[in-house]
Write a protein that binds this ligand. Sequence first.
Ligand code: R5P
Length: 313
Amino acid sequence: MAYNERLILISGTAHPELSKAISRSLDLPLANAHVGRFPDGEIDIKIHDDIRGGDVFVIQPTCPPVNENWCELLLLIDTLRRASAGRITTVMPYYGYARKDRKDEGRVPISAKVVANSLVTAGANRVLALDMHAAQIQGFFDIPVDHLYAKPVLLDAARRIDLGNPVVISPDVGGIKMARSWAKSLGADLAIVDKRRISGAEIAVEHVIGEVEGRNVIIIDDMISTGGSITEAARIVRDHGAQKIVIAVSHAVFCGPALERLAACPADRVLITDSIPRREKLPERIEIVSIAPLLARAILNIHRSESVSSLFD
Ligand code: R5P
């Protein structure tokens, strides 16, 4: 793929604050572009800078409103391709539809695959994503995917809280790999909550596998959506005698009753990243840690053809 040494950053409208933070970390201004709406709501894009031959990184988490942000990303990629960008990397700090990654019942779509197909069809040459819910989504692409983890930044924040020798909790069996990796980094024990999903917004938890009585715990998950999983996990570990409870998640989607559920749950501290913009005022015990420096570093390494996995060593 022929691209020149010019590194170009361009932002969609999903999360301008994060794009600006990445731009500051790289000391590189965002490309001058208009991304707006026509009066009928259709997306209106015009890139004012010359990007011909450049190594372009387009920053757009496909967070809510997911379909708007996804469509805008596709049109941005198409614009860049038609403007002769040398290489187009989509930077997706949050990959919408990632949870719909398999056909687990009849007559349902595999939406995460449709998202992958659409990005490639529009003209993406690479993807840079963060905690994609299931690492195997990388296999939906036949182009390179760099998959980052928010763990290093969340771990730093967790280490600043006095938790002694905590137990790392996975709120469901799907999260065991992530929780085990945290437990390894902290030299901590591991416990698992036995979760059953009843509907999109409702879950049931009945058991904790592992010992939490009298221990400080840190509950790890890739996302809080409606907040059911994480707050039920907090409730059951407290019922089983856990002391201090810290929650650490990569993506704060916070839809429906999430904030009320968090307000009512027994967690002492909730660590989230800025992969998704927050418009509402958050309670003090919710702390946002920024993934902008991590994304900036990954962008630079990709541009220089240097290792990205070295960021996690
Ligand atoms: C599930 O597999 C995910 O890792 C999260 O636990 C889940 O999507 C969170 O959703 P909610 O906050 O609605 O329970």
